[in-house]
Design a protein around this ligand. Structure first.
Ligand SMILES: Nc1ncnc2c1ncn2[C@@H]1O[C@H](COP(=O)(O)OP(=O)(O)OP(=O)(O)O)[C@@H](O)[C@H]1O
Length: 314
């Protein structure tokens, strides 16, 4: 299994004054799935192009890491085991789906039987059975995305870079693509994928990496702390809050902007605190209007970061 480490990576396009990537550091463990997000022009595609060897970095280094040290770590080995699914369609649109697969598999170092088995595997993986004899130019957007993905999977890569694999597809194709990503994850592939659909990223990725104007920040997805927002039907006095805080050894912060001390938000590390607060409300006959508890929303975090002028790496 392959992972990778990126150190101080920068990239400037010729004729462009701005750095597309500015001193980016990134570590991806073998077998994990990293979600790469950021606004248009943040540098996501540039980063994927560099990682997949299409562009050479202006500065910095990329190191591939291997759990099993038995394979020789040559450039050829790396090239064989990484694949990029670009945002653009990377197939011959005048050829039928099967012809595209046959052409691209012929570029892999496989004998005829292995080629046939490989084509059958990607047809199954990407659920292309019904469109094999259709010209790719005539396919729906969802199937075009699946063909793009199938071509990258022909060489059974250990690391897969997916540049917006679900953009412009209907829910059925999106589901097929996301199910396939989950399946590839279970097989131990290392995956980096970009998407503007933050819910997709939050539910499918182990690590999240945010880029803004070429600069990077990690988002800790698996924070032990969850957030609780509770809204009472009437304001709660400071005395009661102090009593509650001493009971649960936690800090409830009145969010004064909302309904005069009747809405509270806090970070909590144990589900027990939720029960304590409900018991507290019962004891003091304070009605709970709503209670929202769970992981920090990526969208919330993302919007806050995007609103900040100073966006520094942590
Ligand atoms: N060929 C190019 N020549 C000059 N500048 C470029 C070129 N390609 C990209 N850029 C610039 O590099 C920066 C990063 O672009 P990139 O395409 O990597 O962003 P992105 O995050 O992938 O955007 P999107 O979400 O729109 O796909 C942008 O400022 C863009 O204008």
């Amino acid at each position: 299994m392959l992972g990778l480490e990126v150190e101080n990576l920068s990239y400037r396009y010729q004729g462009n004054n701005q750095l597309a990537l500015d001193t980016v550091n990134l570590k991806i463990e073998a077998g994990s799935c990293l979600g790469l997000i950021g606004p248009n022009g943040a540098g996501k595609s540039t980063l994927l192009s560099i990682l997949s060897g299409l562009l050479a970095p202006s500065n910095g280094s990329i190191k591939f890491t291997q759990q099993d040290q038995s394979n020789p770590f040559t450039d050829k080995f790396i090239k064989q085991h990484i694949a990029l699914v670009p945002q653009e369609y990377a197939f011959y649109s005048q050829l039928k789906v099967r012809q595209n697969l046959e052409y691209f598999v012929s570029l892999c170092a496989l004998n005829t039987k292995q080629q046939q088995q490989t084509i059958e595997r990607v047809i199954q993986q990407c659920q292309l059975q019904e469109v094999l004899d259709t010209k790719t130019s005539a396919l729906s957007g969802g199937f075009k995305r699946r063909v793009n993905l199938a071509i990258a999977l022909l060489k059974d890569p250990q690391i897969l870079f997916l540049d917006e694999p679900t953009v412009g597809v209907d829910p059925v194709s999106r589901n097929a693509i996301l199910t396939l990503i989950n399946c590839l994850k279970r097989q131990g592939k290392t995956i980096i994928f970009t998407s503007h659909m933050l819910s997709e990223i939050q539910s499918h990725c182990d690590q999240i990496f945010i880029l803004k104007q070429g600069r990077a920040i990690y988002f800790e997805q698996d924070s032990a702390h969850k957030s609780l927002q509770i809204s009472f039907s009437k304001p709660v006095s400071h005395t009661l809050i102090t009593e509650l805080n001493s009971d649960i050894e936690n800090t409830l912060q009145p969010s004064n902007t909302l309904r005069q001390n009747s809405v509270f938000t806090c970070n909590i590390s144990s589900e027990r605190v939720v029960c304590d607060i409900i018991q507290f409300a019962e004891k003091h006959k304070i009605e709970i209007e709503s209670l929202q508890y769970g992981k920090h929303s990526l969208t919330e975090h993302y919007l806050k970061l995007m609103a900040q002028d100073d966006f520094t790496e942590h």
